[in-house]
Design a protein around this ligand. Structure first.
Ligand code: ZN
Length: 141
């Protein structure tokens, strides 16, 4: 299933096609597609290796949600990308080689979004606190 050759929804073999089949207006490289389920997954550049399991529309939405919050951790420089994935693997209690949002089902994606939001709240809260403390320090000097 993780290799993309079998559709996880209907268990039928998928088709390895150009992504223009789903995006219509331009190609983003090759994908594994199950047209009846409207499920697909991209591949590592210039290979036939799937980036994860095939995702239907609902799962694609949850993957976007998970990425949106999780990516903020490293895009906003709270930690490196590597640190963020290490943190996530501890949070999910999964060995780091399995920690790819592309591998996750809906429930895990929801969890990723949730724990990332919680951590962001903490980190952002701390930043605000530091800002206030710095201001108070300056004023008392
Ligand atoms: Zn299918």
């Amino acid at each position: 299933m993780l290799r993309g050759e079998i559709c996880p929804y209907c268990k039928q073999p998928t088709k390895f096609v150009d992504s223009i089949e789903v995006y219509r207006w331009r190609s983003f490289g090759m994908i594994y597609l199950c047209a009846p389920c409207d499920a697909y997954v991209g591949v590592h550049k210039d290979t036939d290796k799937a980036l994860g399991r095939l995702a239907n529309e609902e799962l694609r939405r949850w993957k976007n949600y998970a990425h949106f919050w999780f990516d903020k951790l490293w895009k906003n420089n709270y930690m490196s990308r590597k640190e963020a994935y290490t943190w996530l693997s501890e949070k999910l209690n999964l060995p780091s080689e399995y920690v790819h949002i592309g591998f996750f089902g809906i429930e895990t994606c929801q969890k990723v979004g949730k724990v990332s939001q919680d951590l962001l709240d903490l980190l952002e809260g701390r930043q605000v606190q530091e800002l206030i403390e710095n201001l108070e320090l300056k004023q008392s000097q």
